[in-house]
Design a protein around this ligand. Structure first.
Ligand code: HEM
Length: 247
């Protein structure tokens, strides 16, 4: 006979396997680079290939992370939210590899040249800004940080939309020199669509929910609320979920 406890254990097991599968799939782009590197098959310009591949995957992971909440809302599949933190961290991981490829293979860790490049080339400035903004999100992606920051965690993590816009701008600017906008335009449509969905849902919130959100945001600047009050401001269901697993 099926018991609720047995059903819960089965669904937890399924979720564990799903996480493992997503983890393995998310490592495929890196594995591809390693295999191509070992076979000496990273095209005629390996540095450019590695930089472009890691940059593209950082942007793709960012967009997949942003798509989780709309997909959950449209499909009703709550379990999708439990993959969001891992996907967000993979976006950060590929952005780190992209920056490492640039600093190491392109600039040979010449820090003066890197600083000059960040200051001189607007597309690098924008890429670096996007990367720096990703750092606090990755650092606050733990359950403990989510509890500590309370509602401010959600406000901080809204930065992910600005990061995605900056990443597209970075790509756009990079391609502007070559007058080839087809790929950045496709990414701009994806990010724009996800942002539009989010804003539409935000503005369509029932007045009571909007007022609760505004109350959480309207506090005396610099005065921290006690942790218990911050926790009380969050719906109980959201506290049981890990960071990046809430809306
Ligand atoms: C969230 C952060 C970032 C994202 C999502 C991102 C994404 C991208 C994308 C999608 C491309 C174009 C790939 C292609 O042409 O197919 C690219 C190119 C590039 N990015 Fe980034 N980027 C980020 C941060 C940075 C940073 C911090 C730097 C360096 C400081 C950087 C340096 C470059 C360079 C040099 C290229 C051109 C590669 C080439 O064509 O040789 N990016 N990036």
């Amino acid at each position: 006979m099926r018991t609720p406890v047995g059903g819960q254990a089965r669904s937890q097991r399924r979720m564990r396997w799903l996480r493992v599968a997503v983890f393995v799939f998310a490592l495929v782009p890196l594995a591809r680079l390693v295999v191509l590197g070992a076979l000496d098959a990273l095209t005629a310009n390996p540095v450019e290939f590695v930089q472009r591949s890691t940059g593209t995957w950082a942007l793709a992971m960012l967009c997949i992370t942003l798509a989780v909440t709309p997909l959950r809302r449209l499909s009703g599949w709550g379990w999708l939210m439990r993959l969001r933190r891992m996907l967000g961290l993979f976006a950060f991981f590929y952005a780190c590899l992209h920056l490492l490829a640039y600093a190491w293979l392109d600039q040979w860790f010449d820090w003066n040249a890197i600083v000059d490049d960040v200051l001189d080339r607007p597309f690098i400035t924008v890429g670096m800004t996007a990367f720096l903004l990703l750092i606090p999100l990755a650092m606050t992606s733990t359950n403990a940080m989510m509890r500590r920051l309370g509602r401010r965690w959600q406000e901080l993590h809204r930065l992910v939309y600005a990061i995605a816009v900056l990443a597209v701008l970075h790509y756009w600017w990079h391609k502007a020199g070559k007058n080839d906008f087809s790929a950045p335009l496709a990414w701009a449509l994806v990010v724009g669509g996800l942002l539009a969905l989010r804003l539409t849902w935000h503005w369509a919130r029932p007045p009571a929910q909007a007022a609760r959100g505004a109350q959480g945001a309207r506090r005396t600047p610099g005065v921290a609320r006690p942790a218990t009050a911050r926790r009380a401001a969050l719906p109980a269901s959201s506290l049981r979920q890990a960071p990046l697993e809430r809306e």
